[in-house]
Design a protein. Structure first.
Length: 159
């Protein structure tokens, strides 16, 4: 069954790592260009000082750039997470949100960089904020993108 944004949202909202961390996918746009995620602050996902657990802040952002870029580029591309960093800016003492927007220019850049079969490594930034706009954390994800080889059955893969 082909994934759709609505199916992905429903699945991720029932996926145990998100469900039991208080992470909720609020929306994924029909064209795979946008997603919005919320992390609820609750007794079960607070750290020792009663603020958001850093692992949950990172988890709420983890799969989205890869999934959105993969779906936007289509099945002719390989897209993987390569690296990630998180900077904790302020303690999270309320629900926080992350938004992901895939711009046309980024997709054009990735297509151009991989047109000759080369890999492309590109960083994507996500701010995790409160509803009032206070910056809590900044997450950077590096994606590996490469066009799949177009070869006929029986031909050896090039190295």
């Amino acid at each position: 069954m082909k994934p759709t944004p609505a199916r992905l949202r429903r699945f991720m909202n029932l996926w145990p790592p998100f469900l039991f961390s208080g992470i909720r996918v609020e929306s994924v746009s029909p064209d795979w260009r946008r997603a919005r995620v919320r992390l609820k602050l609750a007794w079960y996902n607070r750290n020792y000082v009663k603020t958001h657990f850093g692992g949950s802040l990172f988890s709420m952002t983890d799969p989205f750039w890869m999934i959105l870029v993969m779906e936007c580029l289509g099945r002719d591309y390989i897209v993987w997470d390569k690296a990630a960093t998180i900077d904790f800016i302020a303690p999270g003492r309320e629900d926080v949100y992350a938004e992901f927007v895939v711009e046309d220019g980024v997709l054009d850049e990735l297509r151009a960089a991989t047109a000759n079969g080369e890999k492309c490594l590109r960083w994507f930034d996500t701010d995790v904020k409160t509803a009032g706009g206070e910056l809590i954390a900044r997450v950077r994800k590096q994606l590996y993108v490469r066009r799949k080889e177009n070869r006929r059955a029986g031909e050896p893969a090039s190295s």
